[in-house]
Design a protein around this ligand. Structure first.
Ligand code: MG
Ligand code: ZN
Length: 546
């Protein structure tokens, strides 16, 4: 599986390099023509967390090959960038002295242009704070923004506005975020901003928070102290927003926190989009609010937008949810591209911090298709008969049709049953009601199997359980034993019918794609095989350009 993955990755890269050569020679339709001597004022960096080449490939396959894709034009924003004269580069994502990265280190390297250690936030390889793109933009007099659909204190966003030795220190990261003073901050993670005493439902602070959040957010603090960072933010000039309507009505510096932890997954979001009572804005709506506010600064702005839940779906090896997350990314990108369409003063960079899950469509020996008559002369005497199953394109429609994320299947449905009803039969029923890839009771039994944790580590937040779900292979690479591994096991059981393989529950070091859209002069440096510190440095150079 590993070997096949490597071959696929290398062939994608070969294709890309060939593709890049063409874009410099052939003038494509819709290419921005006024040749740009004008300076770049605005930089928008869009990070798909966990969005390796194969994740983009899933979106492309769906758009191009599904029977009836929601992308009616069959053209994704990624294809659009290149059709409209944008460029493509590649980047290695590894951390300092490591072959793989996590999101904290990767975002730090992008934000600061310097190598960083795994799990560190906004500090360099020896541990000193480094200025991020936000701070550098502020020094240039520009407006700044951070938008994410996970938590404002979670690794990717944090690396742009905090300096901490560990990504786990989200309470401290929240304090740093106010100190850094990014003008527009729209995300989730209210739990790190409100005093511990709010957990007492009878308290005045609990009532106050319920009131100002319009009852839209579950109030549950994770702080260990009584600091009310919302109040501290207001003293620093921020307006607060906790619902979509409040966000729309707010102006000036905005701190918007729309959920207690991360946002709901994209399957739920898609289903809820038309609901008039929806309180959580979409990634696109937050990006729009940020851009419309930031563009008022005549010196321009820097904005980082994170589509963070691609990574979470990929950690669960949940193909259907990941496709919906990629569609959310696509929708947001189209908005940003539309906004920048007739401008020559804006550079848009779209990339990932790393690949998650070792995802890929694969051919297999299961469900080999029957011989089929073909009209061509080569099949005059005998029907077409491949040796293996290459997966039909209908699989893409079925993947899209998933009704619940794997996480919701377990957390919301299965775990809420009485203990005595938590049986393989019940799990089979729930899975078969919510995906188009039926499993058997015997498969459900395998998903629910547990064994002794050979990686047990006392008090470790993810390795600290003695009995854990029983993985079939690559045990050590499924590190979130309690929270994730049943989902990963479900994915393994569904794999044959999806023609999909996942190699792990963490990250791979697959190089990631770097799309750039803007003037020829501004995008040219990004047509290169980089590393993430270098990519970050190139973005800093654009911001610092005099
Ligand atoms: Mg992230
Ligand atoms: Zn991750």
């Amino acid at each position: 599986m590993k070997k096949l993955y490597l071959v696929l990755t290398l062939s994608i890269i070969t294709l890309m390099v060939v593709g890049c050569d063409m874009t410099t020679e052939v003038k494509k339709s819709g290419e921005k023509t006024s040749e740009k001597t004008s300076k770049i004022k605005n930089v928008i960096l869009i990070i798909g967390d966990g969005m390796g080449p194969a994740q983009i490939g899933l979106l492309e396959a769906y758009a191009r090959q599904a029977t009836n894709p929601v992308i009616r034009s069959r053209t994704t924003a990624f294809t659009r960038i290149l059709n409209e004269g944008g460029t493509l580069g590649v980047s290695m994502t590894n951390s300092f002295n490591s072959v793989v990265t996590d999101s904290a280190s990767s975002a730090t390297q992008l934000a600061t242009g310097k190598p960083a250690n795994p799990e560190t936030i906004g500090i360099d390889a020896i541990g000193n704070p480094s200025d991020s793109l936000i701070v550098i933009a502020k020094k240039q007099g520009k407006a700044t923004g951070i938008v994410s659909d996970v938590r404002l204190t979670h690794s990717t966003a944090a690396a742009f506005g905090a300096h901490q030795p560990s990504r786990m220190l989200e309470n401290e990261i929240a304090v740093d975020m106010i100190e850094t003073g990014t003008d527009i901050m729209l995300s989730g993670g209210l739990r790190h901003w409100i005093p511990q005493s709010a957990n007492n439902h009878e308290s005045a602070i609990h009532n106050h928070l319920s009131l100002i959040t319009d009852g839209a957010i579950d109030i549950q603090s994770k702080r260990k102290d009584d600091r009310n960072l919302l109040e501290e933010a207001v003293k620093k000039g921020y307006s607060l927003a906790f619902t979509k309507d409040q966000m729309v009505a707010t102006s000036g510096k905005i701190l918007g926190l729309f959920s207690n932890s991360a946002f709901p997954d994209a399957i739920i979001t898609d289903r809820n989009k038309a609901n008039p009572n929806r309180t959580i804005p979409t990634l696109r709506e937050m990006s729009q609010k940020a851009i419309e506010t930031l563009e008022k600064n005549e010196k321009g702005f820097f904005l980082m937008i994170e589509s963070g839940l691609i990574d979470w779906a990929a950690h669960y090896n949940d193909t259907g949810t990941m496709l919906h997350e990629m569609l959310k990314m696509d929708d947001t990108l189209h908005y940003v591209l539309d906004w920048a369409k007739d401008r020559d003063d804006t550079l848009i960079i779209v990339t990932a911090d790393h690949e998650t899950g070792g995802f890929g469509f694969s051919y297999s020996s299961a469900y080999i298709p029957k011989p089929k008559a073909l009209a061509g002369s080569a099949f005059k005497d005998k029907p077409y008969q491949p040796n293996y199953n290459y997966g039909t394109s209908q699989i893409l429609d079925k993947i899209y049709n998933q009704k619940l994320s794997y996480l919701e299947i377990f957390k919301k449905k299965f775990d809420s049953l009485d203990k005595k009803d938590q049986t393989p039969l019940q799990l089979m029923k729930i899975v078969n009601q919510n995906t188009e890839f039926d499993i058997t009771e015997q498969q459900a039994e395998r998903i629910l199997m547990t064994h002794n944790n050979i990686y047990y580590k006392k008090d470790h937040y993810s390795l600290g359980a003695k009995e854990v779900p029983k993985m079939k292979s690559n045990d050590a690479f499924f590190v979130y034993h309690i929270s994730d591994n049943r989902q990963n096991l479900l994915a393994i059981e569904i794999a044959e019918k999806q023609s999909v393989v996942w190699s792990n529950g963490t990250h791979t070091a697959s190089p990631v794609l770097v799309f750039a859209s803007g003037s020829k002069k501004s995008t040219a440096p990004f047509v290169s095989f980089m590393g993430h510190p270098e990519l970050g440095k190139k973005i800093i150079d654009v911001l610092m350009e005099k």
